[in-house]
Structures are given as structure tokens and as C-alpha cells.
Design a protein around this ligand. Structure first.
Ligand code: SF4
Length: 376
């Protein structure tokens, strides 16, 4: 099993909170697409012949590509890598890029999962976040996607925005669930350096949400999603039965993935690679047959700690059988011993051969995870 991530590094403008790599000059779009396809052939052996189960177009703004180009990329990938019979192929869409017929064209191109960047249903908050769309455009996008018969539809929501209340979050969630969406990614706002919000924070013009309000929002989020029949399968991700994102899950289960495009990361269980965050340098290097990336060899403990960090944030938790088989008995016993006190405090539970955080444990997941990291 393996996944492919494709980074489309173009945006019409920058949102106030975002630190993903992208540029606003999209004159290099065609050259970039050709380079992504070339990079895929140059790295055709990276996944060791594993079957590709998922493809994810992220960014940046993939919806700036026209669907015919998306079809070309998917066809090229299928020529280069072995694909499973029913791959999950996700495409991120910004509501302001949606037009009548686009979802039909994307479906024909091979896309079977849409992730829509709604972020909020409040126009004032959208404006504050620096988004280009309004709530009406999000509603229209959702109407269009469902009218095309695409059922696997995820919505992104941001909470913990300065000034936002739990009632505001509830309103955003209820509006989202008034559509038949099958997946929700809800992220707490983080203020990153180098963003507009980061600069505002430095200048004292932005006050971050208090921790107490953030944790009330997190509890409310879980409660409202459960009431609507959604499974809370990862700290920030919720899905209806049968619609858990296969691509996201593979990151948390240490499935190897290949990242194509500027700034994209790849992981093969032994090393991590990340491409240069510069469209021009990327295109130039790939046209010379080189992959412009840095590489970090991962030792056993680093890979183990990454597994602990990511898996404990999911409903599947730490699979002790996997730890014993893929790592060793020493790390297995280390986890069993250390988790004892959290189980006694009701912060963790052992189910069959897994260790999972309880709801109470999830509230302080960062602290528990930090204590479980190994430095043997
Ligand atoms: S949030 Fe999306 S659209 Fe906004 S700047 Fe970041 S990548 Fe671009």
C-alpha cells in the first residue's frame, strides 16, 4: 500500500493564517504540471512497486488547474505506478473556483473525493481570515458537488479564531451538517510566523483564543459531530461510517507516500525527503533530470516516536502488535509499562492489543505523547 501527494503551489492571494508554500504568479502553471509528471517518472521506483491506494491533490490551490490537466496527471501516474482497483483520489477545491459543470469534469478526470475549503459560514470571519470566498459561494459549491452525485465530500472548518465563541462554532457546524457532507476536518487556528496573523501578533494586534475557550470548543466539536453520526477518528478529523479518509489514515499508519511538486514531503519508513520550496528552482532541476530535495535518514527511535505521536491522535491508537513486529519487544514493553499510569488515571485504555486515549486523555494529548516518546 502506498499514497501519492501532489502539491499545486499557486494561490490567487494569501490567506492571513496560512504558511503552506505557494506563489500568486501562476504563469508557470503548465511548466509545473509537466515537471510534476516528469518527477513522477524520475521517482518511479520510490514506492518499491507498492500498489497506490490514494492520491491527494493539495496546495496551494489545486482548483486553479483545469480538469483536463488533472486528467492528464492522473493518467500519467497510472502509467508509472501500479494502482489499486478503487483508489481514493482527493482534490482540494476553493469555493471561489467552482463553476457549473466543474465537478462533472473532475469526476470524469478520475476524482472521487472532494475536500472543500469552507473554513467558516460567517462572511465577516471569512474576511478576517483573508479568504477570497463568501458563505454563499460555499453553499453553491456544495449544492453543485452533490448534484453531480459525488458522495465523498469533506469540508474544512477553522475554529479558535480570535473573537469566535462556542456559539459561533456551533453555528458553523450546524450549517455544515445541513448538507449531506460525509467528512469534516476541523482545525484550531494556529498563528504561524511569516503570515499576516503572525505579524499582527508580533505587533500586539492579535490576541490568541484563551486555552479555556479552545478546550470548550474542542469538546463542543466532538459532541456536535457525534450527534450528527460522525466518528471522531483523529484529533481534527470526523467522518460518517465508510468515509474515513484513506489518504489521511495512511499518514498516521506509516504507509509510505511519495510527495510530488515544490515543498512536497515523501516518506518510505527509512527516510524523509522534502522538495525545494521554490517553483522555479523545482522546474529547472526536474528538467535537468534531478530531484531538488533534502533528505533525512530516520533512525529506528525517530520513526517509532513519529508513530507514537501520530497514532495516539487517532481512534485506532498504538497497535502494540505492529510495534513488536516492526520495531521490537523492547519498545513494546516500554509502552506497556509507561502507559500503566495513564490507564489507571482513566486517560488511556487498552483495547485488545491497542493503546487508545480516552476523551479525557485527548484533552491533554500533547502532554501524554511527550512523556511516551522514547530516547532509549
Ligand atoms: S489557505 Fe489555501 S488558498 Fe489560502 S493561502 Fe493557504 S493554500 Fe492558498
Amino acid at each position: 500500500m502506498a499514497g501519492i501527494y501532489i502539491h499545486i503551489p499557486f494561490c490567487k492571494s494569501f490567506c492571513s493564517y496560512c504558511d503552506f508554500y505557494s506563489i500568486t504568479d501562476n504563469s508557470l502553471k503548465d511548466a509545473l504540471v509537466q515537471s510534476v509528471i516528469r518527477e513522477a517518472s524520475l521517482r518511479s521506483s520510490y514506492l518499491d512497486g507498492e500498489t497506490v491506494e490514494t492520491v491527494y491533490f493539495g496546495g496551494g490551490t489545486p482548483s486553479l488547474l483545469d480538469p483536463a490537466t488533472v486528467a492528464d496527471i492522473i493518467a500519467a501516474l497510472k502509467n508509472i505506478f501500479p494502482f489499486s482497483g478503487d483508489p481514493e483520489i482527493t482534490f482540494e477545491v476553493n469555493p471561489d473556483d467552482v463553476y457549473e459543470g466543474v465537478f462533472n469534469e473532475l469526476k470524469k478526470a478520475g476524482i472521487n473525493r472532494i475536500s472543500l475549503g469552507v473554513q467558516s459560514w460567517d462572511d465577516r470571519r471569512l474576511h478576517y481570515l483573508g479568504r477570497r470566498h463568501d458563505a454563499a459561494q460555499s453553499a453553491r459549491a456544495l449544492e453543485l458537488v452533490f448534484s453531480e452525485g459525488i458522495k465523498n465530500v469533506s469540508v474544512d472548518i477553522i475554529y479558535g479564531v480570535p473573537g469566535m465563541t462556542t456559539a459561533d462554532l456551533k453555528a458553523d457546524l450546524e450549517k455544515t451538517f445541513s448538507f449531506p457532507v460525509t467528512h469534516l476536518s476541523a482545525y484550531h487556528l494556529t498563528i504561524e510566523e511569516g503570515t499576516r496573523f503572525g505579524r499582527m501578533k508580533k505587533e500586539g494586534k492579535l490576541k490568541e483564543t484563551e486555552e479555556e475557550i479552545s478546550s470548550s470548543m474542542f469538546s463542543l466539536l466532538g459532541k456536535v459531530c457525534r450527534e450528527h453520526g460522525f466518528i471522531h477518528y483523529e484529533i481534527s478529523n470526523f467522518a460518517r461510517e465508510g468515509y474515513i479518509s484513506r489518504h489521511n489514515s495512511s499518514y498516521w499508519k506509516q504507509v509510505p507516500y511519495l510527495g510530488l511538486g515544490p515543498s512536497a514531503h515523501s516518506f518510505d519508513r527509512r527516510s524523509r525527503q522534502w522538495n525545494v520550496s521554490d517553483v522555479r528552482k523545482y522546474i529547472k532541476a526536474v528538467s535537468n533530470g534531478e530531484i531538488p530535495c533534502e533528505r533525512e535518514e530516520l533512525d529506528r527511535i525517530t520513526v517509532f516516536n513519529e508513530y507514537v505521536m501520530t497514532s495516539l491522535r487517532t481512534m485506532w491508537g498504538i497497535d502494540l502488535t505492529y510495534v513488536e513486529e516492526f520495531y521490537d519487544k523492547e519498545l513494546h514493553d516500554y509502552l506497556v509499562n509507561l502507559s500503566g499510569k495513564y490507564i489507571r488515571y482513566g486517560l488511556m485504555k487498552r483495547e485488545k492489543n491497542t493503546l487508545v486515549l480516552t476523551d479525557q486523555g485527548s484533552m491533554i494529548s500533547d502532554n501524554i505523547i511527550t512523556e511516551l516518546l522514547a530516547d532509549l
